[in-house]
Design a protein around this ligand. Sequence first.
Ligand SMILES: NC(=O)C1=CN([C@@H]2O[C@H](COP(=O)(O)OP(=O)(O)OC[C@H]3O[C@@H](n4cnc5c(N)ncnc54)[C@H](OP(=O)(O)O)[C@@H]3O)[C@@H](O)[C@H]2O)C=CC1
Ligand SMILES: O=C1OC[C@@H](O)[C@H](O)[C@H]1O
Length: 385
Amino acid sequence: MAPHIVRWGIMATGWIAETFTDDLLIDPNVRDASDVAHQVVAVASSSSKERAEQFISARGITTPCSAYGDYETLVADPNVDVIYVATPHSHHYQNARLALEAGKNVLCEKAFTVNAAQTKILIEIARKKNLFLMEAVWTRYFPLSVQIRALIQKGEIGEVLRVVADTSFGDDVETKWGTTHRMVNPDLAGGALLDLGIYSLTWVFQTLYHTLPRDQRRPPTVLSQMTPYHLTGADECTTMILSFPTSTPSNGPHPQQSHGVAMTNIRVSADPDEKGSAGPTIRIQGTKGEIQVFGPPFRPESYRIIPKKGAGEIREVQCPFPGNGKGMYWEADEVARCLRDGKLESEGMPLEESIVIMEVMDEVRKQGGLAYPQKIESTEYPLQL
Ligand SMILES: NC(=O)C1=CN([C@@H]2O[C@H](COP(=O)(O)OP(=O)(O)OC[C@H]3O[C@@H](n4cnc5c(N)ncnc54)[C@H](OP(=O)(O)O)[C@@H]3O)[C@@H](O)[C@H]2O)C=CC1
Ligand SMILES: O=C1OC[C@@H](O)[C@H](O)[C@H]1O
């Protein structure tokens, strides 16, 4: 059967727009995805049309692809099925809303928006207009994540009661990020939490929350600490303890909670020698054993299952990236399948779960005293950026 072809419009021409587009251009057959295919039919840069043209030629796109010097023209392009929003966090609400208001489906980079209030409005608009909307949490669509969720659901390590995840870079923050880069710039909703902490939260949520039947998923309580970066006030370190109510079986005593410890830091690293010597970045601990995940939590490369003593052998699983891709093609394939099947949201990253995670980050910022400028926390539209 012919693959379902999805026509992408790329909004912005920065680093991740390049990476995502390069992945879109990899033949899906190399990852055994013969049911879908991707075409990049338009690219827009808010800086200039020339920048969009350069982006297209640098990627070697030879199929017809329009270059635009503003986002408004992109979202009006009738050839585009779905817009990929690849701007800084501060701009997601504004840019995704622009696309939705124009009647386009949207895949929006993480963190979805600056706060939960903005996320809720995007979802309301998408639902009202019958449009597909998804937060681009690519890691959830890796075979590694899918396999680990399935292992948990089939009880491989028993009941999962604690998860520890650390997404931390050991950067010389002042030299590498300065004060204006989006990583640390409050005007762009920078900081460790929204940029990297969201991956630690992804692991906590996809193991302790998403693996439960929908009607048993309950938002966690949160305790956290935040360290501001002295030059900008955005967080350089955030540590969170999340407590989820567990489902209570009728037989016998039972723990009432599972705990997630989600860490992020841009000054100390989870993997200082970048060879994994520091051990797993994620530990998923159950009553019958543990799953350990290796590599950066946003792009892990392997995991191992350690059964409880006497219950079997350790199993190591390598998870390669076919075609030398970054791994963003799996989320793109998911978008294509959802559009093909008329689904308005993805089961792997439900909109309800995006809201709960944004609410957790709102609470963590409240506890840590991190408020972004009102002009980007606002829900007015358009924002006064
Ligand atoms: N999934 C993942 O692995 C990753 C996700 N990300 C996410 O992607 C988003 C973008 O990150 P990244 O590509 O690294 O950022 P970059 O700074 O490299 O690119 C952002 C682009 O957004 C556009 N833009 C529009 N308005 C502004 C503005 N006021 N200031 C800066 N840029 C603006 C620009 O493109 P133009 O001028 O063409 O309009 C710019 O090139 C973030 O949400 C980030 O969290 C980032 C890295 C990895
Ligand atoms: O989403 C991300 O994942 C990869 C990191 O390098 C990047 O800073 C972050 O935005």
